[in-house]
Design a protein around this ligand. Sequence first.
Ligand code: AMP
Length: 222
Amino acid sequence: MSRLLGHVILLGAPGVGKGTQAKLLAEDTGLPHLSTGDMLRASVSSGTEMGRLAKAVMESGALVSDEVILGIVAERLRAEDAQNGVIFDGFPRTVKQAEGLDSLLRDLHGVGIAKVIRISLDADEIVRRLSGRRVCRACGAIYHVLYHPPRQEGICDLCGGQLEQRPDDQPSVIRHRLAVYEAETSPLVDYYRHLPGYAEVDGQGETEQVRERIRLTLGLKE
Ligand code: AMP
């Protein structure tokens, strides 16, 4: 495992592979994977008040409020295992959240942002990836009906759990999520571009090829 100190932010539209790459990067670095989408989905499944409120927003493809998101991130960053940094996936998603993160990190007096990696992919490929995506209900492993099918249809290779299509991966919702990304999240590229740790990685190709590009960018190659 390679050493990396500080937070890593994965930027990019829904479907570029942030979740898949964040899981691999967590394995490669030992830093925990922090996906605000996964945290919200866990709240929806366990039926908490926050989950109840977030469910409809998520299914419509809109964004959950910055206050709620910053609240759950602040709590997670205080945990013991987050002190050397985390791999952020799907956060920040608005300039407000990026500013909130900066002020949170100042207050915590811990590690800062080590790297911001923007994964890029053309729009047609994004739609192909999202519409074929299947996710394990039990462990969250990510598959694709054509690009990365499970050995047995509908069943997770890793844990035997049921695979399902996320409600927000329906074509009409995908279009809305991409519009929300353009309006709310793409301005973050300008927010982070000036940082010395900012880098762009091509998201085209096989999972392992993109993983190698990210490893190279982070200097994780031995
Ligand atoms: P994801 O799994 O990252 O694609 O997120 C799924 C959905 O959860 C999004 O479409 C939003 O509704 C919500 N969500 C996840 N992360 C955030 C965030 N940082 N800010 C606002 N909403 C979020």
